[in-house]
Ligand binder design. Structure first.
Ligand SMILES: [Zn+2]
Length: 118
């Protein structure tokens, strides 16, 4: 254990982002990053790490709000006798487009149609 509980100053350090070796100066704070670019990159990663989660939370909140608005509007319309029930109108099913019929075509490179086996 060093004297007076002070840790010995390391001579080298490793960049917290790219793990490059950094020479530690005799004075001043021990550097955490090898360059300003690594420091910036690390900050940006910390700052925006939870961004996708925040966007999902915002989406869910807007979906819930839309549901509340929809329910409120439908309740009023039912009360006023403008619609019969608060259920959403039935979905009209579109007919599926007809699939094109498959047909054999003539292979000009193989007029006999034997896949080059004959
Ligand atoms: Zn670095």
């Amino acid at each position: 254990m060093p004297l007076f509980g002070r840790r010995r100053r390391p001579r080298t350090s490793r960049c917290q982002r790219c793990k490059a070796k950094i020479k530690v100066k005799t004075k001043g704070p021990v550097p955490k990053y090898c360059s300003a670019a690594c420091k910036q990159e690390s900050y940006v990663r910390r700052r925006f790490r939870s961004l996708p989660l925040k966007l999902v939370e915002r989406d869910l909140a807007s979906i819930e709000l839309r549901d509340v608005i929809w329910t409120t509007i439908m309740d009023i319309l039912v009360q006023q006798g403008l619609v019969k029930s608060s259920l959403p109108p039935p979905v009209r099913l579109e007919r599926k487009p007809k699939k094109p019929n498959l047909r054999l075509i003539n292979n000009h490179d193989d007029p006999e149609g034997n896949n080059g086996l004959g």
